[in-house]
Design a protein around this ligand. Sequence first.
Ligand code: G3P
Length: 214
Amino acid sequence: MKIFIDSGMLEEIREAASWGIVDGVTTNPSLVMKSGVPFRSLLEEIVKIVDGPISAEVVSTKADGMIQEAEGFAKIHRNIVIKIPLIVEGLKAIRTLAAKGIKTNCTLCFSAPQALLAAKAGATYISPFVGRLDDISTDGMQLIRDIRLIYDNYKIPTQILTASARSPMHFLDAAKIGSDVITAPFGVLKQLAHHPLTDLGLAKFLADWEKAKK
Ligand code: G3P
């Protein structure tokens, strides 16, 4: 499973990338707003840090506008992937961009039929939002299972990018189900790297090593 960091904070992206575990980056308008950095400059910095897919989201709600924004972002770097909302106009834009060879990440997916439509339109990635489904008492990870089943049934190449991941359990379940990618905030990546038994074990080894030297 590929691991993307879901962040617009350059220091978080730099730190996670330095661990050697980051395959790509996802951003969205809310994350860009939190970063306080103009979007284009932010993308220009991120592509220097991570050599992998970098999602940049359009804000137009009409296909023509989305395509125009997409073409502008695509010129920044070959790794830019255009994030397009899962609305009818978005499907049209995905189809046009696929024909032009521009990669897309279809976002705000909340149902398996939506994911099938995005794949039919030619999306490179589909981003089902598991945390936001959990928020409304619906099993977010069941959506990942359903999409995996449907895509496997028809050998669909669109990659499942588990998004809105909020916990290590989302990460574990996504890997067990066979999600192609998960994007997780820096805080979740930090949680994944730590285990109390690792810390206790290391402290004991180091203490014993000090005794052994005496
Ligand atoms: O990439 C989409 C993701 O960032 C949404 O996460 O936590 O705002 O639901 P969240």
